[in-house]
Design a protein around this ligand. Structure first.
Ligand code: 13P
Length: 252
């Protein structure tokens, strides 16, 4: 089903200063030398806004892509103190933006997320669209209801979903060291792909990655889930060694 290219996406969250570019250089060096596998995967790193311009210039002709961690729900320019529009991100030479991360959903409702996605696509950004149930919803067995709602309220039927990478990130697994079992993750991944394919009448499989406490060990366990297209990695992406170890183990 998903034997296409895999994605290893690092979300730095509130981490990084200009000299942190050395982490990216190390990861890039590994990628270039990993001749045996490097045609099979892509690396994308999402640093904070403060580093986007510098990193996008440094890695312009390199193998690592840079992503924004968010964007504002208004386009172009405006009186929105402290915010950055999809237009401004695109103009930096950035190609990706993360939208709907659960850490932002605390203050962003589905309507806001819908607007962000619309404007990001308008500006020809590719989207890493995060969805996921929280602990309470999981306990109440509402996982699929929640995921369906997040997907349907974020997207319009006429979008080209080739510009969207779905990132399934159960909130209870982010930063906790807890992950779903291989069996449960496979079940959810298969459900989500089937649901998206049917609802949007796709004649291809949508891209779907997993995020939440990914490390070198569970990345290898999850490698058995052929439907999975990669990972969204938080904590472990702040260290080149941990990030590289995930890729190494995945292909071991
Ligand atoms: P952790 O890998 O630190 O659990 O974070 C996952 C995440 O939120 C990535 O977006």
């Amino acid at each position: 089903m998903a034997n296409g290219v895999k994605y290893f996406i690092g979300n730095w969250k509130m981490f990084g200063i200009p000299s942190s570019n050395k982490i990216l250089y190390r990861i890039e060096r590994f990628f270039v030398n990993d001749k045996k596998h490097n045609k099979k995967y892509k690396i994308i790193i999402a640093p904070p806004f403060t580093l986007l311009y510098d990193f996008s210039k440094r890695f312009k002709n390199k193998k690592i892509q840079i992503s924004s961690q968010n964007c504002y729900e208004k386009d172009n320019y405006g009186a929105f103190t402290g915010n950055v529009s999809p237009f401004m991100i695109k103009k930096l030479g950035i190609r990706y933006v993360i939208i709907g991360h659960s850490e932002n959903r605390i203050i962003e409702n589905n309507k806001i997320i819908q607007e962000k996605i619309k404007l990001a696509l308008k500006n020809k950004l590719k989207i890493i669209f995060c969805i996921g149930e929280n602990k309470k919803q999981k306990k109440q067995k509402k996982t699929f209801i929640v995921l369906k709602k997040q997907i349907l309220s974020g997207l319009s039927k006429n979008y080209n979903l080739k510009n969207i990478i779905f990132a399934y990130e159960p909130v209870w697994s982010i930063g906790t060291g807890l992950t779903p079992s291989v069996k449960l993750l496979k079940k959810n991944v298969v459900f989500l792909k089937k649901f998206i394919k049917q609802k949007f009448r796709l004649n291809y499989n949508p891209k779907l990655i997993y995020g939440g406490s990914v490390d070198k060990k569970n990345a290898k366990d999850f490698e058995t889930i052929k439907e999975l297209d990669g990972f969204l990695i938080g904590g472990a992406s702040k260290s080149s060694k941990n990030f590289i170890d995930i890729i190494k183990n995945f292909y071991k």
